[in-house]
Design a binder for this molecule. Structure first.
Ligand code: 3UK
Length: 505
């Protein structure tokens, strides 16, 4: 891919204003509240940028917190900050005052633009440097915008000026801020999107991830805008809401997490999903039974891809024609990936080890000693255990911290989960290692059953036999608990940590 950019570059111009010459009247955003063409969105962006500069004295380099659901105001605020040379710090809607305070202080944030419905937690957050807070949704920002000019000249930023700080919390410890340049936001469009996803200007994107999660930012804003396509934003995007929305908007490209595809596959027959062309799954491993269920109900091959906030977006995936069910895929053109041992040297094909990746984007933590652990010798160590096969495909095993060592065997929870999921009575499951006197650790499964099924001793035995028949028998779950639901993060990841701690009913 062509990933060379001019030394001076503002990504708001490259992603948004560039569409004005040819696609000014094409819809950029469709939301439950409004539809905005590229021209209308660009005008709102300019007005917000003028408010930031004229009313709050924003200067290039100021950090601006954005807090809101997936709406057109959120997208406009995002580009306004970038166009004015500020740095976006987008935050998840569910965050509370404590976490917001940590981010506000860590990133020394001076400005905030916030959806009025989410104002309380921000007001309660402790942040001495926060000087200007403006709300939309209650008329405040709208009123200020009306008084400003619809024109704004983009700040002459450098391609390597920071444009975005993405926060990632992981399972433990303080949230980490990851720094991304203006050019990085183009590089993910020109590497992953152009080479693997291959969107067209006529595409209609839809999906569930929050725009504060870089999976959502790329999939629902940057990728469609880079080609002048349309994005449908939903404030509530559970599987039950996503299905009719795909049909109603005739969406063609969908971004969501594996569990949502599983839930949607079961109800796909009730909706007209024929408009869909490509479906991207990321955030967690895609178990093969979910791939197969989606293909059976829609005829489409799910495009699995592993991404990380540190890397901005997806760096291993496969084009439809290259997909191998069960494997994550091949390095995205422009990226290199390898599997390494404890010493950092590449291990032979077929051997599990740590995933190492490098390419046009990469990890730069904001003032955090964990940088030295994530980047070794220029390679990003994502914390995932992978196997690369003879043909170069990468097969996900588990988070490196989550590998289960039982009686001397290495067992990957996700493999056992995929085996359980292929049983018709299993709706969702999570597999972790729990301490055991004899074996050090044993494999324990937490299982959510399909409605109507009874979790009794007979079903425990049946599930154990089912796993033994599907994969190496020593991997079967010696303990099985039936639960009503599984603990998940706001980005849809299973909280294995919570399962291990027994913090579940
Ligand atoms: C895990 C996967 C197996 C993996 C993300 C797409 O998830 C994203 O970013 P996060 O920082 O988490 C990163 C970690 O999540 N993971 C993500 N995708 C997969 N594991 N198969 C997958 N397909 O442990 C990784 O290290 O929340 C995903 C785009 C942007 C993102 N930020």
């Amino acid at each position: 891919p062509q990933l060379h950019y001019p030394a001076r570059l503002n990504c708001a111009t490259a992603l948004l204003d560039r569409n004005l010459a040819t696609r000014a009247d094409h819809p950029a955003l469709v939301t439950p509240a409004e539809t905005l063409t590229y021209a209308q969105l660009a005008e709102r962006v300019n007005r917000i940028a003028n408010v930031l500069v004229n009313r709050t004295g924003l200067v290039p380099g100021n950090r601006v917190l954005l807090r809101g659901a997936n709406t057109a105001w959120m997208v406009a605020a995002y580009f306004a900050v970038l166009k004015a040379g500020g740095i976006v710090v987008a935050t998840m809607p569910l965050l509370r005052a404590k976490e917001l305070g940590q981010m506000l202080r860590k990133a020394r944030i001076s400005h905030a633009l916030c959806d009025a419905r989410l104002a309380d937690a921000l007001r309660e957050a402790e942040a001495p440097a926060l000087r200007h807070v403006l709300h939309w949704g209650d008329g405040e920002l709208e009123g200020l915008c009306a008084a400003e000019s619809p024109d704004f000249t983009a700040c002459d930023t450098a391609a390597e000026d920071i444009g975005l700080i993405g926060f990632t919390s992981g399972t433990t410890g303080e949230p980490k801020g990851t720094l991304h340049f203006h050019r990085d936001m183009l590089a993910i469009c020109d590497a992953y999107a152009r080479e693997v996803l291959r969107p067209e200007p006529s595409d209609i994107f839809i999906g569930s991830p929050p725009l504060a999660f870089t999976f959502g930012l790329g999939g629902l804003v940057l990728f469609p805008f880079r080609v002048g396509a349309t994005a449908v934003l939903l404030e509530r995007a559970s599987p039950e809401e996503l299905l009719p929305a795909i049909a109603r908007h005739r969406a063609t490209i969908c971004f969501t997490a594996p569990t949502a595809y599983r839930a949607m596959a079961a109800k796909a027959a009730d909706h007209d999903l024929r408009s869909l062309r490509k479906c991207v799954s990321a955030g967690e491993a895609l178990p093969r039974p979910i791939f197969e269920a989606w293909q059976a109900s829609t005829g489409l091959k799910l495009m699995d891809g592993i991404g990380a906030t540190e890397m901005l977006h997806i760096f291993i995936s496969a084009r439809e024609e290259q997909i191998r069910p069960g494997a994550t895929g091949l390095p995205v053109p422009g990226y290199e990936a390898k599997v390494v041992g404890p010493d950092g040297a590449e291990v032979p094909r077929g051997t599990p080890g740590r995933l190492a990746v490098r390419g046009p984007t990469g990890c730069r933590y904001l003032d955090d000693p964990r940088q030295a652990r994530y980047v070794e010798d220029g390679w990003n160590i994502t914390g995932d255990t992978y196997i690369q096969d003879e043909d170069g495909y990468f097969w996900y095993q588990a988070r490196s911290d989550d590998m289960i060592i039982s009686a001397g065997y290495n067992i990957a929870g996700p493999e056992v989960e995929a085996a359980l999921l292929s049983h018709p009575l299993v709706r969702e499951c999570g597999v972790v290692g729990v301490p055991d006197e004899d074996r050090g650790m044993v494999v324990k499964a937490f299982v959510v059953l399909e409605p109507g099924a009874t979790g009794d001793a007979a079903l425990v035995r049946a599930l154990q036999e089912h796993v033994k028949a599907a994969i190496a028998p020593y991997k079967y779950p010696r303990r099985i608990d039936f639960v009503a639901s599984l603990p998940r993060t706001e980005t849809g990841k299973l909280q294995r940590f919570a399962l291990r701690q027994g913090a579940i009913a």
